[in-house]
Design a protein around this ligand. Structure first.
Ligand SMILES: Nc1nc2c(ncn2[C@@H]2O[C@H](COP(=O)(O)OP(=O)(O)OP(=O)(O)O)[C@@H](O)[C@H]2O)c(=O)[nH]1
Ligand SMILES: [Mg+2]
Length: 250
């Protein structure tokens, strides 16, 4: 019988350690890659293997579901897709902006939400509601659940978004247990896979490739230093015309 990894959704196999889905144990629920990501924070197989975006978009657009578009507050600009609604014809979009906790606390919430809404408007995105969330005091699980219950209209729910936006983290948070594998490496979730929730299903989806993201170019060992884990502190510098900045070698 075919078996799928509970953490990343990939088809499990027990023969080839160099291929995705491998586990040395026949009764394992998670593949070796998920096990290593969760327990040691490293991945045995590269992040860019295994995601077929065209197939994913086809699968999702054929489903009648509420799309939760997960966008990273810290990288909001590249968290969107051109003509977002066109990809989800006839499906409602609920926008959840994650990682609010990484932005300075001094940034007023209403000002930030106004910014997000104005960017969505400029991009012509039609959506039913926008909720911002983040770890710690920014967690808004109840608000997100309420929005899901209101807008799903009897349908299932699919978490979609760019790689690393925080889709799997959000689902774990709604389930209040760490079922899905999350990691700092873009490309953690490998296949669309469903979990039963209340009287409907929530699908975790692999993230779409974020072409504008430095994370794809960076060495995997450097990601730990690049990806912020604590709120960033704003710094202000005055520079004059012939001067320039060099930040982290960029
Ligand atoms: N600070 C902070 N980190 C977050 C938040 N949500 C997710 N993360 C981190 O972002 C990284 C990516 O999270 P995932 O849940 O694996 O993201 P994903 O969208 O499922 O990624 P793919 O499966 O690769 O598409 C992990 O290191 C998470 O810990 C958040 O609200 N705040
Ligand atoms: Mg994921």
């Amino acid at each position: 019988m075919e078996k799928y990894c509970k953490g990343c959704g990939t088809l499990m196999q027990f023969e080839n350690p160099k291929q995705l889905g491998y586990s040395p144990k026949l009764d394992a629920e998670y593949c070796q890659r998920c096990f290593r990501l969760t327990h040691y924070g490293d991945q045995s197989l590269s992040r860019v293997q295994g995601i077929n975006e065209a197939r994913l978009m086809k699968q999702v657009s054929a489903m009648d579901a509420l799309i939760v578009w997960v966008a990273d507050c810290f990288d909001f600009e590249s968290s969107l897709l051109n003509n977002l609604n066109r990809h989800f014809f006839n499906q409602d979009l609920l926008i959840v902006a994650t990682k609010r906790d990484l932005l300075p606390e001094t940034l007023a919430q209403d000002k930030f939400e106004r910014f997000l809404k104005s960017r969505l408007k400029e991009e012509g995105v039609q959506y039913v509601e926008l909720v911002t969330t983040g770890l710690g005091k920014y967690e808004q699980d109840e608000k997100i659940l309420e929005a899901i219950r209101t807008y799903r209209k009897g349908k299932d729910v699919i978490m979609m978004g760019k790689a690393n936006a925080g889709k799997s983290t959000l689902i774990n948070s709604l389930f209040q247990k760490p079922v899905l594998t999350v990691s700092r490496y873009p490309g953690t979730t490998l296949e669309l896979h469903a979990m039963d929730f209340e009287d409907f299903r929530i699908y975790d989806a692999p993230g779409l490739r974020n072409e504008a993201s430095l994370l794809l170019e960076a060495d995997e060992k450097d990601l730990k230093h690049i990806v912020p884990q604590k709120p960033v502190r704003p710094s202000v510098y005055q520079i004059y015309e012939p001067q320039s900045f060099a930040i982290g070698g960029l």
